[in-house]
Design a protein around this ligand. Structure first.
Ligand SMILES: [Zn+2]
Length: 456
């Protein structure tokens, strides 16, 4: 006989701020942005949720992203009897953990000593979250007020956003929150590319405030932030509640107000949330091979700047060879065809979350795929729209989950060559940070398949 079980939950956090005794290259924006100080700390925060048989651990990092191989795979080897998800907020004010932002194009910005420290901190955070499992019930809510969309600037046509904010809170029967998980979608790059202080950006403000207000832990995860949802192109300036005046753009005050607003909306929403007393915790993953078509990434892999294995026909392929790459000339490049990554689905009572290994364009999640003039493949078939295959009453999108493969762009909107999208004078931004024009099809088809498979 199968019983639906009472839920158990735990939370823990660990400091993952790098030491400035060593040079720290900040991730995001241009290369060679060296950290000059610390504005606020970076954390890994872990929530554990168990139905007594199946246990989910979600670790969230205040970082730009972390590769599936070796890191997620390595961490899972340490924690075998559970389902582990390692997501990043996509913070643009933390250390380079991918390799793309070193002193020059030929040199990785990753400090392997920091990576060892990071993995140790994540592992100890996971262990502690699992040590303190307590009986809980959940409170779940979603909010999609206009204000949420206004704070997401959309930097690339078509104008499709993902404004919905979702909250999942686990409370002890006494009413004391163990953790509050908040999911929204926006690039943590409020300060822009000239900032040189380490900070967790607005997600850090959200978590701090929610932890202070509730006395429990808080986690922030980012959803569909591709295409390009960013506070840098916010529709109208935020008002400073202290002065009643518009706040300075790209300032720490703006970052703070944005974070406090999101925290307030989340806390108000969950106050009115739906109570879930019992639920099963169901987790499904599917590994995917994604063709690596980006020739610059291929060169960087050959140079050892991007460190992740490549595969051909499902087998590890470590071959390198000289190929001609625009911007690099004749270089030793990695020749394997595919990157190994993963998608996933979580089902917890009325809550369903999809796990996306990068920055997905909102139109692939919500619909609104567009055939725009200038696109390189104007007749490309539309990928399956993810939300239309989701069944939960609360539909969460957790991006940068278990991997960071970069932008996931609809093929019909792919634009690597002039003429540019919508007859723009400027080249389209996004493709240089994507594996290729068919990444979206692999991700969306695989998720559709997972979502349609009956859960165990
Ligand atoms: Zn990004």
């Amino acid at each position: 006989m199968v019983f639906t079980m009472h839920l158990l939950a735990g939370f823990s956090k660990r400091d993952i701020t790098p030491s400035l005794d060593r040079k720290v290259y900040l991730a995001g924006f241009g290369r060679n942005r060296v950290a000059e100080g610390i504005h606020d700390r970076l954390w890994v925060r872990c929530m554990a949720l168990s139905d007594g048989r199946s246990t989910l651990v979600l670790a969230v990092l205040d970082l730009i992203g972390l590769f599936y191989e070796p890191y997620t795979v390595e961490l899972r080897k340490m924690f075998k009897n559970m389902h582990l998800v390692v997501a990043s907020t996509h913070n643009h004010n933390g250390p380079d953990t991918l390799g793309l932002w070193g002193p020059n194009v030929f040199t990785s910005g990753v400090d392997s000593k920091y990576m060892d420290f990071l993995i140790r901190q994540i592992a100890s955070c996971i262990s502690e979250a699992l040590e303190h499992l307590k009986p809980v019930h959940l409170r779940v809510a979603a909010d999609d007020r206009d204000e949420l969309a206004e704070m997401q600037g959309d930097g690339r046509p078509p104008l499709v956003k993902d404004p919905t904010l979702n909250v999942v809170q686990a409370l002890e029967d006494s009413g004391r929150p163990v953790f509050t998980l908040i999911q929204w979608s926006n690039h943590p790059e409020t300060l822009g590319g000239s900032n040189t202080l380490i900070t967790a950006d607005f997600p850090g403000v959200v978590c701090d405030r929610v932890e202070k207000e509730t006395g429990g832990g808080a986690l922030y995860v980012n959803g569909a932030i591709g295409g390009l949802l960013s506070p840098l192109s916010m529709e109208k300036p935020l008002t400073d509640p202290d002065t009643g005046k518009p706040v300075e753009h790209k300032s720490f005050r703006e970052m703070e107000i944005l974070g406090l607003k999101i925290a307030e909306i989340a806390l108000n929403a969950v106050e009115e949330g739906e109570t879930v007393e019992e639920a099963d915790v169901k987790v499904r993953f599917k590994q995917v091979f994604i063709p690596l078509r980006n020739r610059v990434f291929r060169a960087l892999a050959g140079l050892g700047v991007l460190k992740r294995p490549l595969y051909t026909c499902g087998r590890l392929d470590q071959r390198t060879g000289r190929i001609n790459i625009p911007g690099f000339g004749e270089v030793e490049a990695a020749l394997g065809e595919d990157v190994l990554s993963e998608v996933g689905v979580l089902d917890i009572g009325p809550v369903q979350a999809v796990l996306i290994p990068g920055e997905i364009y909102p139109e692939l999640v919500n619909g609104g795929l567009a055939r725009l003039p200038g696109a390189d493949y104007p007749d490309a078939p539309f990928e399956p729209v993810i939300r239309s295959h989701m069944t939960g009453r609360y539909k969460l999108v957790i991006g940068l989950a278990d991997d960071e493969i970069g932008y996931i762009i609809p093929m019909c909107e792919w634009d690597d060559e002039p003429p540019w999208l919508n007859n723009s004078e400027e080249p389209t931004y996004g493709e240089i940070n994507s594996l290729g024009y068919d990444t979206a099809s692999v991700i969306c088809e695989s998720l559709k398949e997972l979502l349609e498979k009956p859960s165990q």
